[in-house]
Every structure is written in structure tokens, then in C-alpha cells.
Design a binder for this molecule. Sequence first.
Ligand code: SF4
Ligand code: SF4
Length: 240
Amino acid sequence: MADVPERRPETAPGEVQRPAHRELPAELAPAKKGALGQMLAPVAGFGVTASSMFRPSVTEDYPFVKTPTQPRYHGRHQLNRYADGLEKCIGCELCAWACPADAILVEGGDNSPGGQYSPGERYGRVYQINYLRCIFCGLCIEACPTRALTMTNEFELAGPSREGLIYEKQDLLAPLPQGALAAPHPMVEGTDDDDYYRGDVTGPTQAQVDWMREHRPDDPSLEDVQTVEAPTTAQSGGHR
Ligand code: SF4
Ligand code: SF4
């Protein structure tokens, strides 16, 4: 029996079948360049650069002069505080669960009489945002039940190291409001977390200042503290 040459398969296993090359119709084919066009083709791409070199500059002297962003621009996050200095974050992790990029790490902790960081039972003990992952979508701030987490207009988030782009709680916490006391300290006397959420607490009270003077007399926030009266809803038992 005569040897039959082995027939090579048209497509090897795993290889993608490619369509046969076809000539484009004449009306769709690119126009053929003349001799001069072919000669200038290698430098033609510089035409845009050359023509732009003599136009007025449109840059805004960045980084010395920064162009303001739109008011609702999504920039770096911020962990907000109440007017008396307590933190708004309650460590619930809803922001972390809402994040599609898995960029947030939260570990909650229990508040205690000597370590009250936020109104209520819990506070954000560990809070990290990984800006190597964040896509600035804002879903985390929508998920936050206490408006603890918002986004600022700050956009300069580049850095020389990967570690530096993981922002810790101290990097994200808002500055202390004018006249407030640095946490931890007790809540305003007679209030609960509802009073804080409603905005009834407008600043630190004398009782909070007295507590601070007794427990942390060297805290620098005591120097500029401005006290207010406790909210009337709290004094009277109000809505509760
Ligand atoms: S802005 Fe979006 S990606 Fe960034 S931390 Fe929030 S939810 Fe995650
Ligand atoms: S930032 Fe808001 S959503 Fe995230 S843990 Fe704190 S309170 Fe919860």
C-alpha cells in the first residue's frame, strides 16, 4: 500500500481560525501616497507637535498655580468629626462592603468611658484606604450611614512608594473643628448618638473640658477650646 502523506490540519489545536486576507474595495482603500508623500511620511507625525509649539500655552503654571476643581470632584477621602471633636465613624464597615475595588479596610473597636472616640458604642479603630486600588467612584461615601466619610477635592495623590498610597486613619481624619476637643473624651452630657446625628451638638461643653483637664491636662486642644451649652433636647430629655 502506497504511503499517504499526512495531511496537516488547517488549524492547530488551540489556534484561532483567522479569516482569509481580503483586499479592501477600491473606495475604502487608503489613498496611495505620491513620491513626496512617501518621502515625508516618517516625519509627518511631528506636524502636530511643530504646529503646537508656537501656540499660546494652555497650562496653568501647575504645580505653583492650581486650577480649582469642580465643587463635587471626587478626590481624597476624609473622615469627618462632630463639632465637639468626636469622630463620626462608627466602624460599621459598610463603606468597605460597598467598595467595588476592595480598597477599604475597617476594624471597629468598642468605645469605653475613658476612650470614647465617637458617639455610641463603636468607633473606627483601624481605617485604611488603598489608593492603588481606589477608582474614586464614591460608592463608599453613599454607603456611610453617619456621613463620616466624604470626598475632598484634593487630587494630588501620586507618591514615590506603594506603601505611601495606603492612607491610614490619621491621614484621612478631618482637622479638629475650631474650638473643639481632641478625641477621646465623653459625649456631651445627657445626649445620645441620635442627638449627634441630628446636628444638635454644636461644640464641646464645660463638662467635657473639665473631664479633659482631669484626664489629659496636657492636650493642646484645651488651649483653644470654646464651650457651648448642651443642647436643650438633651437637657430636657427631649425627643427620647
Ligand atoms: S471611591 Fe469607590 S473605589 Fe474608592 S474607596 Fe470608595 S468605593 Fe472604593
Ligand atoms: S466611614 Fe462610615 S460606612 Fe465606613 S466604617 Fe465608618 S461609619 Fe461605617
